[in-house]
Write a protein that binds this ligand. Structure first.
Ligand SMILES: Nc1ncnc2c1ncn2[C@@H]1O[C@H](COP(=O)(O)OP(=O)(O)OP(=O)(O)O)[C@@H](O)[C@H]1O
Length: 247
């Protein structure tokens, strides 16, 4: 496969903070419909990598291509429009609005060719909200105020708000932090389902969860890639056990 066929191609990416290389000549390819999990010790550069991909942090050198389009100098909002969705650790939902309204306001405006026809547009939005609500296990909660949802449901709602924009690449930072066992189980199902139409990159520390969802695992250490491959292979890697799994 040539590097132009990947959803995401990161090559020789580097960024420094006060002379410290948080990401150091990193190269990574993510396929269409792939669910990639990034693991590694604290400070390895995992969050910084997602920040660089979504445009929150600017690269010092190297290339980030999304569907073969160079991103490194592109503003964050333009990357969102191109189809990159990012979820941070703390959910940022509108607590006073209902689940339906939270999803509705996330529908990308002006993208529909029927945008001028308010009635048709409303139907289109409603239909999309219903599809997404089912995907995130909240179809029975459309009228519930978001502030009343459980912690896990709030996380799903935020994923749903990103799905409203039909992103082709979804970046999730520790999506199951603070969730109950049942919510983790449902989140694993949810992620497995949503990566059928897009690439998903997840940062995660819970190894049982990683085992359950990852197509491939990338292990980061000191801003570089220490190992990459299927979970069984990565888990058996002495270097990975040394710097991360053995601790
Ligand atoms: N904006 C910044 N300014 C200065 N240093 C930063 C900045 N962002 C990250 N760093 C540093 O870069 C390194 C990588 O941090 P990063 O948060 O990406 O690691 P991580 O692998 O996500 O860790 P964790 O698992 O703890 O979230 C750390 O040493 C961190 O202190």
């Amino acid at each position: 496969m040539s590097n132009t066929d990947y959803t995401l191609a990161v090559e020789d990416l580097t960024v420094s903070f006060d002379g410290f290389k948080a990401i150091d000549a990193l190269t990574l390819y993510v396929d269409k419909n792939e669910l990639r999990v990034i693991i590694g010790p604290n400070g390895a550069g995992k969050t910084t990598l997602l920040d660089l991909i979504c445009g929150r942090t600017k690269a010092a050198a190297g290339s980030i291509k999304f569907r073969n389009q160079e991103l490194t100098r592109m503003a964050e909002f333009r990357r969102v429009r191109l189809g990159i969705g990012r979820k941070f650790q703390t959910p940022s939902i509108y607590e006073n609005l209902s689940v339906f309204q939270n999803l509705e306001v996330s529908f990308p405006k002006g993208r529909s060719v029927l945008g001028a026809l308010a009635f048709t547009c409303t139907n289109e939005v409603r239909a999309r909200v219903e599809v997404v609500a089912e995907e995130i296990h909240l179809e029975g909660k459309l009228d519930t105020e978001a502030g009343l949802l459980s912690h896990g449901q709030k996380q799903w709602l935020e994923i749903g708000m990103l799905l409203m924009q039909e992103p082709e690449l979804l970046l999730l930072d520790e999506p199951i932090a603070g969730m109950s066992a049942r919510e983790r189980e449902l989140t694993a199902e949810l992620l497995t389902r949503i990566c059928r139409n897009r690439a998903v990159i997840v940062i995660e520390h819970d190894m049982d969860f990683v085992k359950r969802i990852a197509h491939k695992v990338t292990v980061m250490h000191q801003g570089r890639i220490l190992a990459e491959g299927p979970m069984e292979q990565v888990q058996a890697d002495e270097r990975v056990i040394d710097v991360y799994l053995g601790h």
